[in-house]
Design a protein around this ligand. Sequence first.
Ligand code: RIB
Ligand code: CA
Length: 327
Amino acid sequence: MSTASAASTAPGDAEVHTLVIDTDPGADDVIALLFALASPERLKVQALTTVAGNVPLSKTSRNARLACEWAGRPEIPVYAGAQRPLQRTPIYAANIHGREGITGVEVHEPATPLAEGHAVDYLVGMLRAAPEKSVTLAMLGPQTNLALALAQAPDIVRGLRELVLMAGAHFNGGNITPVAEFNVFADPHAAEAVLKSGVPITMLPLDVTHKILTSDARIARLRQLGNEAGRIVADILDAYAPQEMKHYDMPGGPVHDATVTAYLLQPSLFRGRRINVEIDSREGMGFGQTVADWHGSLKRSANVNWIVDGDAQGFFDLLTERIARLP
Ligand code: RIB
Ligand code: CA
């Protein structure tokens, strides 16, 4: 892993992405979205697509538009997607993210309405029209929308450059069951379909997100930026971190989804390995588990770049530098 600072010069740290972000905001999703929308020279965000997850779809769709408003980017179209998982009964995480889905801050109905049309239809149309391997899709919630799009139009893989997912857990253990992470547990059948798509995939699981943790100093630095976005991020983290710290006995709170944005901007902050990953979608104790074959025991072909470590200070340096750019 590089010990690069925010000014790293590794090749991937200068990549420009044509980007769609699929999201279930969600406290950490909002931070990831603000982070991404503050980096327009590197992340050409085409749209946000929303999915039910942390809270029901109506709230994730409102919260995604709020993130665009808070980032001063109300022109970014937000398409509402799947209201429920492919097969399993819906689950939510309002106990963690608050009843409205963004703990720590007041919400309101954004001025900008939802974009016309379903997120799945948007993904199909956009990817069919895109140049080959040109679009990066960041996925911050259950992967239902992409799974539906792949079922409706398998040819869309042609337009995809890479999928970067906050999903899964192996060395760390799960956060919703002893072995399952929420985004996969909430729709394991969708995760299975996405893993089988053949598109290059990078996953940022709990193995790395539970190592990139807040501290009072890191949150204070965001608040001291003096802008509204810095206050919003600090208020969210002040509300979100303590319950995670208590539950997992950690010295700080994770900012799961924001690691996806950091990876897109500065991959040299992270370290991982290409391995084989399969999803257990059978009913039972292993439901929603990402079976990560870190040592290649099964001799199956690698299908995921599985990230296990990251430079926490480099992450917060980059996050703070970008949030400083916002209103
Ligand atoms: O397990 C963490 C993931 O589940 C994050 O994406 C969080 O927003 C929730 O969706
Ligand atoms: Ca999320």
